[in-house]
Design a protein around this ligand. Structure first.
Ligand code: ADP
Ligand code: ZN
Length: 721
């Protein structure tokens, strides 16, 4: 072809045509470099018939500069990118960007220069240099990466290189990854497991789109079973993508995978160094990376020969991306399976109502594992009524729970206290004047983090040291923390059991796969007696000596008018309960609540998951809420409240009259201010059958607003803030 239609990696641009110079070969999917004004941008060749663009005469076309040395994006991936842009009302370029690596991975370079400490102490050891060397430790990476890790300038790192304290190392970025061996160490499956595995293996062998819902209680061996499907994909020479909801879960997964297959899979997450990212991307695109495990962002990578997709903990809301392209990785994973014509396994002990409904109507095939592996029993769950059995003043653990912790310690078994709140206290106020510390940029309280001696906003990241005096009334030492976070519970535990070894597990303490690995190692070695953690510890982990779980505040997730609040609480408490009694010893779960008769709590205690889901599903059906109806949120924001309000009202006034659709608002969003921007929200509620994206596209397409106003559409929203 002599001309080519290109999607450039710039969301503000539509598709553009270029001339293909003589001797250059491109096809749909080719990754190219194109001139734009004085700049050079990466883009991808697209089928012109799928992508209307302004017709430009041949003589006005500029020539493409280069085809990158990387395989073209396949047709299935191109269709997925189109579908995602269409469904989530996002620019094609923004979706495309998720499939491509940074430009450095596209160049031909086979090695990069990284740096690491030599162990030499420089003659001139400034505090900055000392800090850099201490924080860098064993780390290796680009100058920029080391500077970031050490929180110093690039100049400090370069100075250390000159002084001989840091040295350069050449790293090959095209080293092949080892190939996992499907026959390395297969388990002997139990009959129910074997039945499930056989179905999956058959689906992988046969190829074709086949979505499965693997619904198995915690500890039933879901992972072992889908490993059999991966083994079959390996035998077929096909790639597997495993999506996990949280990068903290990657490290234990890598270890477990290595035990089964003889080597680790390829990891893909935000914690990779640039050289690792480049190596992984190229191996994925060449087909050399046989099994890839990653967070959401692994979903759009250009697998050359995909044979299977697994979404583990598929019910997790963290699969929903909340900024940029607001997509749901679970749903897009199923679409990818469809376009690639491969099986997709959604694994969960507490499937989302959306997924259960798909199984119910026969779109997904449901596969159940009703029992724990090896005869292990599911833990007994009991409620503690905080009105009957209250903790002493200023404390949060009820006497019954404290007694159980004490007994468990005496037996040498491990316990876990779950509270989904980071930091020490969610609110700080002045005892003298009642002043409450609020984030200057958000409608949110500043959360005290005592470990790092900071007040922090969990929405925008704003931090400040806790002041000695109240900024409102000037009274000194008058600030009091209100309510507990995990750090405060940890204090209480230490006061009660000074000899117990405790660990706090939150995103503040476990912020990298390496930290997660360290935590897992200490748990397995029996170096921790009591874990106090947020939702980060509720899933995935397998600790055989953990026998007691205490849920500090089961009512926490139920407040607020969120559509999925009850479902999410049920899932979270079931998941955290599932950490108890996974080995030979039985587990016990105590749930602290002010309302033991609440439907969620009653269902957890009686073990009536089916009854709970049925009631929730009926309520959704009656209200025509997802999955029986559709929602989309339109968030209008600006630094200027009047401007945001005017734009939101204009959008509201222009709302089309469409049958089976209602528009609510605009109204201030619950998070009325976020990162210094005022936010208003419109909510669109429509029947399932309505193509609500089309309606919104037409509706918003005719309107204009100032550049300083941002309008974001969230299709199938999960956050109602
Ligand atoms: P789930 O993913 O359903 O929570 P796992 O796959 O983590 O369950 O299994 C729980 C534990 O039981 C793990 O330690 C796993 O290795 C072990 N297990 C499960 N099935 C088998 C089996 N057939 N043979 C040996 N160990 C198994
Ligand atoms: Zn804030």
């Amino acid at each position: 072809m002599s001309r080519a239609r290109i999607i450039l990696l710039n969301a503000a641009l539509g598709p553009l045509d270029y001339r293909v110079p003589h001797g250059m070969a491109v096809a749909p999917g080719s990754i190219v470099l194109a001139p734009l004004g004085p700049r050079q941008l990466t883009g991808v060749v697209w089928e012109p018939e799928r992508l209307p663009a302004e017709e430009v005469g041949d003589n006005r076309l500029r020539p493409l500069l280069q085809v990158h040395d990387a395989p073209p994006l396949g047709a299935a991936l191109r269709r997925l990118i189109e579908w995602t842009a269409d469904y989530y009302l996002a620019p094609l370029a923004s979706v495309l960007r998720m499939a491509l690596p940074s430009s450095s991975a596209l160049d031909g370079a086979r090695t990069v220069t990284e740096y690491r400490a030599t162990g030499l102490v420089p003659d001139r050891l400034t505090p900055q240099r000392a800090q850099a060397l201490e924080r860098i430790g064993e780390r290796q990476g680009l100058v920029r990466e080391l500077a970031l890790a050490a929180d110093v300038s690039d100049g400090v790192i370069r100075g250390l290189v000159k002084a001989g304290a840091i040295e350069a190392v050449e790293v090959s970025v095209d080293d092949p990854f080892p190939a996992p061996d499907p026959e390395h160490d297969p388990p002997a499956l139990e009959p129910a497991q074997a039945g499930a595995a056989e179905l999956f293996v058959g689906a992988v062998r046969g190829g074709g789109f086949a979505p499965f819902l693997l619904d198995g209680v915690t500890g039933s061996g879901k992972t072992e079973v889908y490993f059999e499907a991966i083994a079959e994909a390996l035998r077929q020479g096909r790639q597997t993508l495993v999506l996990l909801p949280e990068i903290a879960l990657t490290e234990p997964f890598l270890k477990r995978f290595a035990a089964r297959f003889g080597c680790e899979p390829v990891a893909w997450h935000s914690g990779l160094r640039q050289s690792q990212r480049r190596r992984a991307w190229r191996a994925i695109a060449s087909g050399d990376a046989r099994v890839v495990v990653g967070a959401r962002s692994a979903l759009f990578l250009p697998y050359r020969a995909l044979g299977l997709i697994v979404v583990d903990e598929a019910h997790e809301v963290s699969f929903k991306q909340e900024d940029g392209v607001q997509y749901h990785a679970r749903d897009v994973a199923v679409m990818r399976g469809k376009f690639e014509a491969v099986p997709v396994i959604l694994a969960s002990a507490t499937p989302a109502i959306e997924s259960r409904q798909m199984a119910e109507i026969g779109v997904y095939r449901e596969v159940k594992l009703p029992d724990r592996f090896g005869g292990a029993r599911l833990p007994d769950i009991a409620a503690i009524d905080l009105l009957q059995d209250p903790p002493p003043r200023g404390r949060w653990l009820a006497p019954t729970l404290v007694k159980e912790l004490e007994d468990n310690l005496a037996r040498g078994e491990q316990s876990l206290l779950f509270l989904n709140r980071r930091g020490y206290a969610p609110l700080t106020l002045c005892r003298h004047c009642g002043h409450r510390f609020q984030c200057p940029n958000c409608t949110a309280w500043m959360v005290e983090h005592r470990l790092v001696h900071r007040l922090a906003c969990h929405h925008c990241g704003h931090v400040m040291p806790p002041p000695r005096a109240c900024p409102e009334c000037g009274e000194e030492d008058s600030l009091v923390p209100c309510g507990p976070g995990v750090e405060r519970i940890a204090d209480e535990v230490r006061a009660l059991f000074p000899e117990a070894r405790t660990a706090i597990v939150t995103s503040d303490t476990i912020w990298s796969p390496a930290k997660a690995a360290e935590f897992v190692g200490r748990m397995e070695a029996g170096e921790i007696d009591i874990v106090i953690g947020t939702q980060l510890v509720t899933k995935g982990y397998h600790f055989p000596h953990l026998t007691l779980v205490g849920v500090v505040d089961a009512d926490l997730g139920l407040s607020g008018g969120d559509l999925r609040a009850a479902e999410r609480s049920f899932q979270q408490i079931s998941q955290v309960s599932g950490r108890a009694g996974r080995g030979g010893k039985p587990g016990r779960v105590l749930v602290q609540t002010h309302d033991p008769s609440a439907r969620v709590i009653a269902a957890l205690v009686s073990g009536d998951a089916e009854g709970f889901y049925e009631a929730e599903t009926d309520a959704r059906r009656e209200a025509a809420m997802p999955p029986f109806g559709r929602l989309a949120a339109i968030i209008v924001s600006s630094e200027d409240l009047e401007e945001a309000t005017a734009a939101a009202r204009a959008i509201g006034r222009a709302a089309p009259e469409v049958e089976n659709m209602a528009v609510f608002g605009p109204a201030p969003a619950p998070l009325a201010m976020l990162r210094g921007r005022h936010r208003l929200r419109l909510l669109v509620h429509a029947a399932r059958s309505l193509d609500v994206q089309d309606v919104i596209r037409d509706w918003l397409g005719t309107l204009e607003w100032p550049r300083s106003v941002r309008v974001a559409v969230d299709v199938d929203p999960y956050s109602f803030l």
